[in-house]
Ligand binder design. Structure first.
Ligand code: CP
Ligand code: NVA
Length: 300
């Protein structure tokens, strides 16, 4: 494992070891990354991913250098393959948040240091690892404890949905996605996950999808880069809101997840995100611990 670009690159054992190590690291103050430097190239906004990676590097004894679109020459059109080779001679790993997934693939091809996907239009693997950690802590014991769980994705079939579909091909839960026409997840990712043993189903009824759910996930209706479509998306996705009525179809102790930032009153209501089923704050906190496990695995 050199890079972390998508979850499909990981085996079940690699996912399990990241989750177990994240849990162990919660209680340790070790500094395995002393003297290591992480480069961070972010072409989109971020609170959680940026701060958790920077804090993780600091707490593990290393250092992080953050570049936004206007700070670096990448934003002015310097070729990705040039940046990748130059950055590799200065830092021990690079986290990238960008638009097209191809950019990060090209960067990884030319970089001689590990490249970590901090979100592209197509995938968000670090977030889904934190989600799995949250699920393991609340619903399972180890990743095998996820067997038999019904996990539901409600809303836009976006980058987060794609990474969940890839997770389902490695882990023993059932994933049901309820997304409206035109907002379905990537067809090839669904096909590949199913071919690799993932129990993944697309369901056209919100009520049927949510029936007896153990975990319900949702995310914004207009991801970064799609803001111009906001109004159209609100109309198309209205019935997919995670509100108390939709939540009532799930098991009483169903866990509600949202990667944040949330738009209350759109994809999720205030009472649900602040309610007893919500695990979103533990989920967000787990970003730090998962980031540490990923950094330790790739950089040390
Ligand atoms: N969930 C997540 O990736 O949040 P940020 O956009 O704040 O990094
Ligand atoms: N799907 C969202 C996730 C934000 C963390 C987006 O890409 O904007």
């Amino acid at each position: 494992m050199k890079d972390l670009l998508t979850l499909a690159e990981l085996t079940k054992e690699e996912i399990a070891s990241i989750i177990e190590r994240a849990i162990t690291l919660k209680g340790l103050k070790d500094k395995p990354l002393a003297g290591k430097t992480l480069g961070m190239i972010f072409e989109k906004a971020s609170t959680r991913t940026r701060v958790s990676f920077e804090a993780a590097m600091y707490q593990l004894g290393g250092y992080a250098i953050f570049l936004n679109q206007s700070d670096s020459q990448v934003g002015r059109g310097e070729p990705v393959k040039d940046t990748a080779r130059v950055m590799s001679s200065y830092v021990d790993g690079v986290v990238i948040r960008t638009f097209g997934h191809e950019m990060i693939e090209e960067f990884a091809e030319y970089a001689s240091v590990p490249v970590i996907n901090g979100l592209t239009d197509k995938h968000h693997p670090c977030q889904v690892l934190a989600d799995v950690l949250t699920m393991v802590e609340k619903k399972g014991s180890g990743v095998d404890g996820l067997k038999g769980l019904k996990v539901v994705w409600l809303g836009d079939g976006n980058n987060m949905a794609n990474s969940w579909i890839e997770a389902a091909s490695r882990l023993p839960f059932k994933l049901v996605l309820a997304c409206p026409e035109g907002y379905q997840p990537d067809e090839d990712i669904v096909k590949r996950s199913v071919a690799e043993g993932g129990e993944v189903e697309l369901c056209s009824s919100v009520k049927d999808a949510l029936k007896d759910a153990d975990v319900i996930n949702t995310d914004v209706w207009a991801s970064m880069g799609w803001e111009d479509e906001s109004e159209k998306r609100v109309r198309a996705l209205e019935a997919y809101q995670l509100n108390s009525e939709n939540l009532s179809y799930a098991k009483p102790d169903a866990m509600v997840l949202h990667c944040l930032p949330a738009h209350r009153g759109e994809e999720i209501t205030e009472d649900v995100i602040e309610g007893k089923n919500s695990s979103v704050w533990e989920q967000a906190a787990n970003r730090l611990h998962v980031q540490k496990a990923i950094l330790e695995k790739l950089l040390s």
